[in-house]
Design a protein around this ligand. Sequence first.
Ligand code: SF4
Length: 634
Amino acid sequence: MPEPSTKLPTGLGVIFWVSASWIVLLVLLALFADVLPIRDPEALGIITREVEPFERPGWNAWFGSDGQGKDLFANVVHGARPALVLGLTVTLLAASIGTVLGVLAGYFRGRVDTIVMAGTDVALAFPAIVLLLAVRASLGNSMWVFIFIFTVLGIAPYTRIVRGATLGLAEREFVKAARAMGASGFRIITREILPNVVLSVLSFAFIGFALVIAAEGSLAFIGLSLDRTTWGQLIDDGRPELVDHAYLTLIPASVMFITILAFNFVGDGVGGAAAIREVSTVRRHRVGPLPDAHNVSGASSGDQRLVLDVRELTTDLVTGRGVVHAVDNVSFQVRAGEALALVGESGCGKTMMIRSILGTFPVAGVDRSGRIDVDGTDMLRADDNTRLRTLGIDIGTIPQNPLTALNPVRRIDAQIMEPMTLHGGLTAAEARARALDLLEQVGIPDPTSRLRSYPHQLSGGMRQRVMIALALANNPRLVLADEPTTALDVTVQDQIMRLLTDLRAGSDMAMVLVTHDLAVVEGFTDRIAVMYAGQIVETGPTARVLADPQHQYTRALIRSIPDLRLDPHSRLATIPGAPPSLLDPPPGCRFAARCPVADSRCRSELPSVTEVGDDHSYTCWHPAETTVEVARGR
Ligand code: SF4
């Protein structure tokens, strides 16, 4: 099994370094032109006698001279100064303003996005040459006028690039995790989003820098130059001599061309470096015994108080296609020390149930009603401070894909320590010691060096262990694990489930495990809630529901568990059809269209809740009459 890489990818190549060297050389020449043994650019050869008029390029004058004997090399070197000052100032201003606007538009969306994008569209649609002529005619051709014009024109591309990147990042798991941990919008933007858009901005900044130089040269060529010697002005000055002394135009044009090319190559190289390689190799680790020092216990294991109490919860999402009834009148409870499995096919509302608890949704328009109490805090009605504190301290979340849940540009130690310093009140030193202990608890070998790693330097199993450590950072009362093993191979899946079970053993930590795989819940959870089309259709003790399912959907799910005792060539059982659209769910039982025993009553009348004792209940008009044997031998 190959080891995961521990080196950052570079792949910058020879062209990048040659281009970067050219830029560095240019900057050094421009900075030290006055102290280097270079002629005065304004000195006239016809007076000084050092250079002849129209002297061709050679040892005496490397780039030749013009009709007055001015040294072209000295003028090209001094002409680099305004080009670099203009490019640098415009790039810094446009990139900074564009980044702020783009992040605000992409993160807050809604009205902010509409206003910012409307301004951007107007800026892009406005004819640049008209603006240039108008401003230059009224304000002159000083450096500051050019900086103002190019900055105004340059903001829009940065805004669009950053907005697009932010829209994608805002849906990444690590941003959702930060929200779920109660981080403020400002903190999410500065800690999670900005570090991830910096390389994209930097990449375009080099290209934008080149565009500014090219634009200045083009303007000078049509007589709209700055009030000082620039490359564009040199090109323009040499134009009348193009036939007899072509070098006067070609040399500054070539220097400008090479410089623009160099900035573009460097920009491309920086952009390429932004693509952080994902490591797919998997290392397997033994799940070690857990030290007692940082057991997640917060009270006695016999404590049976309610940690999560969901009552008649309804969540409607307002989308462009209509109102999606994602969670419909759902009630369930999880007690201290208990693990509840929320099971069902993909699209049945399990993840939306978790999002309803956390208050993180993919759309802005959300209507929640009912009640969600987490360890006594009403999550729908509590003030922001109380809710954020509960999210940051009382709830830990374990996501489906740890690679997307961890911020790729921040080291593991910073990500684990943050919730402890932000919400737990620990100092940096205390948080680091706790992070080290947590990594040991979750079975990560050599935790000291792993703390300094970036997420891509860890295997998939290790990343999920880090996420578990992150979830446990503040000793939460409740852990929400949303398909925590889906992105892992079977061996690592088993290790992670056993690790979660070990961590919960003897503690009062409650857990909600979301999974579409009934096979993983047996042995790892105490109770099951089966979800279908946004509703809970059956709930009860895990062993009892698996052994004696009542709802036809639960029976169908259990039948679809692969049975390793069967002939390997036999057909796997499936549930025909697909869950109904939650935009307009059918009346009556939502499983009716797929149920083999559905009748007219099922299609018209919503089944009532039937209790069958031992905390086992279901909603079905025609429950199972016979026991379904649970698939074993997996
Ligand atoms: S209520 Fe009717 S349609 Fe729904 S699962 Fe039960 S038997 Fe099937």
